[in-house]
Each structure stands twice: as structure tokens, then as C-alpha cells.
Design a protein around this ligand. Structure first.
Ligand SMILES: [Zn+2]
Length: 192
């Protein structure tokens, strides 16, 4: 009985303390959940930035992205947090590395300085939408041509051609989209 309780306590400790701590330390993008802990003030709604002077610009980009995704694909169920890094130091704190942006589950997106452009914001918001509609774990297991091809295609990314392998993923997604009825989008996607 005592051993069982000890085991449960250990398990609880692992799940409630060690795992979140490890995620915090190892998977830096997860810091989007509590940007204040890395020195960002996030007291003005879902949009945060390390440069308060550029908060309005960030907020406008976010609003454009949310409206675009809602009008052209489907509305997001909840508004994710968006961290707009104005400096590379901020992007480094979120572990972006060479990436322009990253999506964390359905909770938030983090953008490096070069990602302050409409198609980058839309791209990440599309990943959030995929997580909301198809499930976060399911999204991770889906074919890359769908997950990334959809984000590059439907964000209207102006780059053409995209670097390999993204151009091929975009082309494959477009071909898939052309072959399905629009109202069956999520049903068909769920079967991939
Ligand atoms: Zn992507």
C-alpha cells in the first residue's frame, strides 16, 4: 500500500514537475505559454513583442492574419498567443534557431524578426487551425506535403519557387485540393 502511494507520488512529481520543467528547458518554443518568464510583457491581449514601440504594427499583422484565415479557410476557435520578436535575441530565447517562425500546439506562435510579414503570420495561424480541426498530435503525424503544403499554399506565400522541398509540397497540396469538394475539406484531410 505504502509502495503504491510512493509510486503514485513519484508519477505525479514526474508529470507535474519534471515533464513541464524539461519541456521548458528543452523545447524552448513552449515558452510561448508564459512569455513573461523570459522577460516579455504580454498584458495587451494575445499579441506580445519585445519592442513595445512596435506593438501596434504586430497587432495589425495579427488582426490581418486572423481575418485572412477566417475568410479564406475557416475561423479559428480560439485566438492563439502570438509573440512577435523584434530582435534575434528574443527569437533565440524561444529557441527559433534558423527558423523564421514556429507554432506551439494550438496555444501560440512565435515569429522571428524576418517573419513580420503577412504570409508568415497566416502560415503559422494555418498550423494552429490544423491543430484545432484535426488535433495537435494528429497534425504531427500527418503527411508533410499536406501540413506544410496547405500552409504555404493557402497563406498565399508570394515566393515562387519555394526552396526544396516546400515547392513540391505546395504543388502536391494544390493538386489534392483541386480533386476534392471544398465542403469536404476537413473530412478528406482527416483521412490522410
Ligand atoms: Zn509550416
Amino acid at each position: 500500500m505504502k509502495t503504491k502511494r510512493l509510486l503514485l507520488l513519484r508519477l505525479a512529481f514526474l508529470l507535474l514537475v519534471v515533464t513541464p520543467l524539461a519541456a521548458w528547458l528543452l523545447v524552448k518554443p513552449v515558452r510561448v505559454l508564459a512569455p513573461a518568464l523570459v522577460g516579455l510583457s504580454c498584458d495587451r491581449g494575445p499579441v506580445c513583442t519585445d519592442d513595445p514601440q512596435r506593438w501596434q504594427a504586430a497587432s495589425d499583422l495579427y488582426a490581418e492574419g486572423m481575418a485572412f484565415v477566417s475568410d479564406s479557410i475557416a475561423p479559428l476557435e480560439t485566438a492563439p498567443r502570438a509573440v512577435f520578436c523584434a530582435t534575434q535575441a528574443c527569437a533565440d530565447r524561444f529557441g527559433l534557431g534558423a527558423r523564421a517562425a514556429v507554432t506551439v500546439g494550438t496555444w501560440g506562435i512565435v515569429l522571428a524578426p524576418r517573419a513580420w510579414q503577412p504570409h508568415f503570420i497566416r502560415h503559422e495561424l494555418i498550423h494552429v487551425l490544423q491543430g484545432q480541426r484535426l488535433g495537435v498530435i494528429r497534425r504531427l503525424l500527418m503527411p508533410t506535403w499536406f501540413v506544410e503544403g496547405m500552409a504555404y499554399s493557402l497563406s498565399e506565400d508570394p515566393r515562387a519557387p519555394l526552396a526544396a522541398p516546400w515547392e513540391a509540397h505546395r504543388a502536391r497540396f494544390k493538386a489534392w485540393l483541386a480533386g476534392i469538394a471544398r465542403e469536404r475539406f476537413w473530412v478528406e484531410a482527416g483521412q490522410l
